[in-house]
Design a protein around this ligand. Structure first.
Ligand code: SF4
Length: 407
């Protein structure tokens, strides 16, 4: 194989990494290089989720694969062994030099590193750990590192990865175990869950308060995962049920949904077209309802059902539960207010503050939200009651065209 220059490798391996959506960095531990020690910083809670583009744009995260060679043959992946795609491989030193070089030029704030499987899961994981260890120990790099874990790798290697990385992730890949067995025969759903469980135990142990002999911090920004949407026949209800389990059992920080993109020379078992992007968007909205708005999955969508594409899941829920509305915003509990379409966490918390001093009127609600018209059928305030508006047969048509925002 002809030797590729670094620029060409970067073009291939940053492009190959674009399919992985699970790279947000929120929740990283605060770490800096003030006082002249080390290189870089992580500002706690800062949300960065970008990647390096070959056209030279400055972005926050160098998002690359160590290599896109892969001995596995996952049918949905452009890097599978049977794919006819240009291949490249970085050395450990090249990844470290790129990360430090870009960091010092202020192009990036950290590294997201994934990889195809070369030789074996252990060998690949070892190489990735070597990148993170070299950055931390040789370059004293204090920026953000997200490592994609290889679930089939030895637990000791996974453990080392967690000690050097801020965040780790293992892709669950597909919502149904049987789809994974069919489309990614070298992968094992049980093994993936077992590795996620081991990561959770490591995170829990590293953050246990009051324990005298506390182990070293393990992936302080937690773990995340990604699910491909639309590669199999799983309904939105099934996808969200899987997410509910992942959040509950493995304390995932995030489940990312990635709409399946058709790849060249794909098997006939895969769909020809990608699912509508709106489907991915609705799944993210439903996911937010579960994580921040107190909704259980079963309230949002039945297991065999899909989310409605033309209205957001919170509005869909409210239209099915008109008996719970209108809600008096001057006396309602926070949990009830969070269920009103058009009210987000911030606006509800601001309203609760205002309520300590005065009764809310429509003008307060208008000031604290983005669209009063969508809200009006669902609320009562000191100078407004919707009368028969809430029960109008055409309420859906009345509010749906105005719903441009997420919530
Ligand atoms: S393991 Fe599967 S999904 Fe990952 S790079 Fe290889 S073929 Fe692609």
């Amino acid at each position: 194989m002809a030797t590729l220059d670094l620029k060409r490798k970067l073009a291939i391996l940053s492009d190959a990494a674009k399919y992985d959506a699970s790279c947000a960095s929120s929740g990283g531990a605060k770490r800096d290089s003030r006082g002249g020690k080390g290189v870089g910083s992580v500002d706690g809670g800062m949300g960065i989720c970008h990647a390096y583009a070959p056209d030279g744009r400055c972005i926050s995260l160098l998002k690359i694969l160590l290599t896109n060679f892969c001995v596995y043959d996952c049918a949905y992946c452009v890097n599978r062994v049977s794919s006819n795609t240009p291949r490249a491989r970085f050395s450990v030193e090249e990844v470290c030099d790129l990360t430090i070089g870009f960091y010092k030029r202020n192009y990036i704030e950290g590294l997201f590193l994934s990889s195809g499987i070369i030789r074996s899961a252990d060998y690949t994981m070892e190489e990735m750990v070597r990148v993170a260890r070299t950055l931390r120990e040789v370059h004293d790099f204090r920026g953000y590192i997200h490592l994609k874990l290889i679930p089939e790798a030895a637990p000791a290697l996974v453990n080392q990865a967690g000690l050097y990385a801020d965040r780790v992730s293992i892709n669950i890949e597909l919502p149904r175990d049987e789809s994974l067995a069919e489309l990614a025969p070298e992968k094992n759903a049980g093994g993936i869950r077992k590795s996620m469980g081991a990561v959770r135990l490591g995170i829990d142990a590293g953050s246990e308060k009051g324990r005298k002999a506390r182990p070293a911090k393990f992936a302080p920004a937690g773990q995340s995962t990604q699910m491909i949407v639309g590669a199999d026949a799983a309904s939105d209800g099934e996808i969200l049920r899987r997410s509910e389990t992942l959040y509950g059992a493995y304390q995932m920080r995030r489940v990312y949904y990635s709409a399946f993109s058709p790849i060249p020379d794909a098997t006939a078992r895969l769909p020809l077209a990608r699912p509508p992007l709106l489907r991915e968007h609705r799944l993210y909205q439903a996911d937010w309802l579960m994580r921040f708005y107190g909704f259980a999955r079963a309230e949002i969508v039945g297991e065999a059902e899909d989310l409605e594409l033309d209205i957001d899941p919170k509005l869909a829920w409210a239209l099915r539960h008109r008996g719970d509305f209108p809600l008096d915003l001057n006396i309602a509990e926070r949990e009830q207010m969070l269920r009103v379409p058009g009210l987000g966490v911030r606006s509800v918390d601001r309203m609760l503050e205002v309520r300590r001093f005065k009764r809310l009127v429509l003008e307060d609600v208008r000031r604290l939200t983005r669209g009063i018209e969508k809200l009006k059928p669902f609320i009562v305030v000191a100078d407004w009651t919707p009368g028969g508006l809430t029960d109008r047969a055409d309420l859906r048509e009345h509010v749906a065209p105005r719903q441009l925002d997420l919530f």
